[in-house]
Design a protein. Sequence first.
Length: 508
Amino acid sequence: MDFWQRYRAIDARDTRFDGQFFTAVRSTGIYCRPSCPARTPKAENVTFYETSAAAHEAGYRACKRCLPEAVPGTPAWNLRSDIAGRAMRLINDGVITREGVDGLAHRLGYSARHLNRILSHELGASPLSLARASRAQTARTLLVSTDMLLADVAFASGFNSVRQFNDTIGEVFAMTPTALRATGAKTGLRRGDGVSEATPSALTLNLPYREPFDPGIFDFLAVRAVPGIESADTSADGTRSYARTLRLPRGNASFSVSFNPESRGKPLQLTVNALDLHDLPALLSRVRRLFDLDADPQAIDDALAIDPRLSGRIPAIPGIRVPGAVDPQELLIRAMIGQQITVAAARTALTQLSDAGSPAGVGGPGLDRLFPTAAELAEHGRALLRGPRRRIDSIVSAAEAMATGTLDFDYGDDVESLGRKLLPLPGVGPWTVGYVAMRVLGAPDILLANDAAVRNGLKVLPSGAGLSADFREVSPWRSYATMHLWRAAAKPVAVRPARTAAGVGTHA
């Protein structure tokens, strides 16, 4: 977007652009989200920044009226496969907090000095400034939506000390943490949130997202849920929920996410049942990736609706999401097991394989195990897996490669580097790489053309005469086209969106 496109967006107070760029006003010294209700500033006083960190670096403070740190994240980090996009995915996952700038640079294959130069040029801020902005955003969320002690908020947000936390909140928001918490009470953000009385150790907060939001992602996760590790439910009032255990850098954790499309405000509520507070930023980042909460669904739907094959589905299923992954290694194993078999068969195989996992010690009812580590799979996989020997050998070989560090991939990869790492593995082909790219990297432009469910979905859609077989007309959003095709293979478009099941095909 150029300057005047962005300026028209802030003049229209268009909420679709919240989080995608930030508006700094020289005459006031503050920066805002595009939808800020304040009077539109004069164009000559406006500077646009790609990130809030860049605005901080330039000396601006966050607007107290529109709270620009309260918006969903930018979808650009998935759309962009360059170093800046890859770095932001890792920063949001807490890599700088755990490993420092040198650790981030090593993961990306650059020196710390060169990475600093790249990010300063591309995003207007250094890696440390970007990490500080991410911590400030997490801290604001916890302050306004929970009753956690301020010291707990500080460490849960990734700060090394309470003093550093106080200084950063003051610099970014021009408010004390106590004053910032009071804004949550005034705006009603804390109503119904905070620490649950029924479960004193549980932490509950709302996850921001851009509307519309298709709850079909809960169905996708439900039909693939591995008993003991994951659970999913739909209650009598229509509330969807998904829960699971997982490993995080400092320890094991469990969480649940619930959503009722009929409830006021349609909140997407996260409840953390057990967690080392230092792992909270990583958990928040991974849950947001799992539910694709930083997507721009309106822009995606507008692009997909141009294709006559999909145009009839968009009004019926607005805001479809591409499910992510909370553990890259786990997702690769699930993808390899799910190749060329049904979802039900893959779930059965994964349930058998889950016996290799260790006790969670942190889960709620029905959640008592962790998905097996690569080392556990390498040791016990052959005894637990069923099927062709070549297939079992491929899965165990991949587990051994991950366990020894020979195979190392994460959220900081791009599609090309992911392919270079995975394709040499026996039993891994382009479908597997594409599926892992969709779910681990959040790659938005993957069409799994050889997938059986995708082919079945094509048979349900209107004729595509004269259109490309690879859906290039809707690029760079072909991953979302894939989700529509999976859904089409499972349910006709006339079914109410909130009741549709996830696509059934050769994907786990």
